[in-house]
Design a protein around this ligand. Structure first.
Ligand code: MG
Ligand code: MG
Length: 251
């Protein structure tokens, strides 16, 4: 069931969104060679808690971290660890959620560690741009969910990369994951109707190689099946009378 939010509820979601965005920004500024993913996670947790919020992911389904931090061929749901040390040339995906005032925010970005390859930079750029095109495809009066995925996937494929099919974006509100699913592929004009008051997470996961993924034996970390690099970009997006508004964008 899709839970449509009132304008007042969306205003309240802006706080969760801002804290989420700030935590992601702070962690992104820390990214450099020699930093552990645990240190990034600690920074995120500290900022969220200092802001009076709770990390949405901590304990979610038993997840042990405050953020999901995934390196290179890891797609999503990487577990922060003091044993995971960032190396020059890595790309690191940080996915953050914060809960306050009864609502969640959810946002992710991919950062290069020091000097990264031109191919890796292209993957990061294409992933972010595909998100922007997905947002641009939203018509809050007459649109369908398939419009978003179609825009994302068309651009990603035109650049020679693949969108992950097994994991998708989602509605968000009092629950971290609400209806509808927001796939990063689809047919324009198909799928659930979009309308004012929906709040959704659009989050392209883009692989340099094939779209297939596996889960590691830790039952969390999702990796590309072919070992290729993967990038991720996400914002919490409110569909308002003025069009889409990115609640987690702070920079
Ligand atoms: Mg996320
Ligand atoms: Mg999400």
């Amino acid at each position: 069931m899709i839970i449509v939010k009132t304008a007042e509820q969306i205003r309240r979601m802006q706080l969760a969104g801002r804290i989420t965005g700030e935590a992601l920004l702070l962690a992104g500024e820390m990214v450099k060679e020699g930093v552990t993913t645990k240190q990034l996670d600690d920074k995120i947790r500290q900022h969220i808690e200092k802001s009076g919020a709770k990390p949405s992911f901590l304990g979610y389904g038993g997840f042990p971290g405050s953020a999901c931090i995934s390196i290179n061929n890891e797609v999503i749901h990487g577990i922060p660890s003091k044993d995971r040390v960032l190396q020059e040339g890595d790309i690191v995906k940080i996915d953050v959620g914060a809960f306050i005032g009864g609502f969640h925010g959810d946002s992710a970005n991919t950062f290069g560690v020091g000097r990264i390859s031109p191919e890796a930079q292209k993957l990061i750029d294409v992933t972010k741009r595909s998100f922007e095109l997905g947002v641009a495809a939203i018509n809050v009066e007459t649109g369908r969910v398939g419009d978003i995925g179609n825009a994302v996937d068309t651009y990603v494929r035109a650049n020679g990369f693949s969108t992950v099919k097994k994991y998708v974006g989602h509605g968000i509100g009092t629950d971290l994951h609400e209806d509808p699913n927001i796939p990063n592929f689809g047919t324009a004009g198909r799928g659930a109707r979009l309308c004012r008051g929906m709040v959704i997470c659009i989050e392209p996961m883009v692989n340099m190689g094939g779209h297939e993924v596996n889960e590691r034996p830790d039952h969390w970390t999702v990796v590309t099946k072919d070992g290729s690099l993967s990038a991720h970009y996400e914002h919490t997006v409110a569909l308002t009378a003025d069009g889409p508004v990115l609640l987690t964008k702070v920079d």
